[in-house]
Design a protein around this ligand. Structure first.
Ligand code: ZN
Length: 263
């Protein structure tokens, strides 16, 4: 099974917005290290977490860890330290800690253990490009977080260039069309990962349809069965079924360990 689509991009869902992206032997984990407290979303199931923390295929070894923002359904400092204790990585991309104590503890720990990291400190709408290692190139841009209540929270969209293929990971991005346009200029996106709210909102859809124009849109940040208090699973399912005229395929990442492959 391991060689199936070996030349393609592979996206493996951990839980919520946690994914491992792999292409030609380069692996990046985004928003995959978090805990149960402080949010209503799903966490990585125990068995899967064991493999993840042990760096076992298909979850590791990972080249880079990245975080779109520091909300507890995307990030936990202690869990990240636990991961780094047994998994060396080339770089850790994370937003500036601001008031996150967990983030500050993680920074201290990474300093003490000489783990390379890149704090993201861009103004709203700003973008920057990084080359953390062979086979990976990252453009991060700050759209801020969606929703009035969280509008002051930095949310970094990540344009992940892996050996020539580019994925867009949006976390909980707000609808800042110009920020998307500036960061994406001329880039061909093989897959865009967005949450169902972004996809359902006409502003989010307009960004996808006219600015991003991905080959595929992957809906993520959907709870697992049993955790679905917001009834997002049926919403995601309906959105994939009605996507006929979108100009790109719409798929949903909804199961722990689920993998999507594409060329
Ligand atoms: Zn979230």
């Amino acid at each position: 099974m391991e060689d199936l689509n070996a030349n393609g991009v592979r996206v493996t869902l951990l839980a919520t917005a946690g994914v491992v992206v792999e292409y030609e032997g380069t692996r990046v984990m985004v928003d995959g290290l978090f805990k149960k407290d402080g949010h209503p979303f799903s966490v990585v199931p125990d068995e899967l977490r064991k493999d993840l923390m042990a760096g076992r295929t298909p979850f590791g070894p990972v080249d880079c860890l990245m975080f779109t923002h520091l909300h507890p359904d995307h990030f936990d400092g202690q869990e990240t330290i636990a991961y780094l204790e047994s998994n060396p990585v080339k770089n850790v991309f994370l937003p500036a800690c601001v008031s996150s104590e967990g983030c500050k503890r993680l920074i201290k720990w990474m300093d003490a253990h000489a783990v390379p990291y890149t704090p993201l400190e861009l103004p709203a709408g700003g973008h920057a490009r990084f080359s953390p290692g062979e086979g990976v190139e990252v453009t991060a841009f700050n759209t801020m977080h969606m929703g009035k209540r969280y509008g002051h929270v930095d949310n970094y969209c990540l344009l992940l260039g892996m050996n020539g293929r580019t994925l867009l990971i949006t976390g909980d991005a707000d609808y800042d069309s110009e920020a998307f346009a500036r960061a994406l200029r001329g880039r061909e996106i093989c897959a865009a990962l967005v949450n169902p709210l972004f996809y359902q909102d006409r502003r989010g859809r307009a960004i996808l349809d006219t600015v991003v124009r991905p080959e595929k849109t992957l809906l993520y940040h959907v709870p697992f069965a049993g955790d679905d208090a917001f009834m997002l699973r049926p919403v995601a399912k309906r959105l994939t079924e009605r996507a006929g005229d979108a100009g790109y395929e719409v798929l949903a990442l909804t199961e722990p360990g689920q993998q999507l492959f594409f060329l």
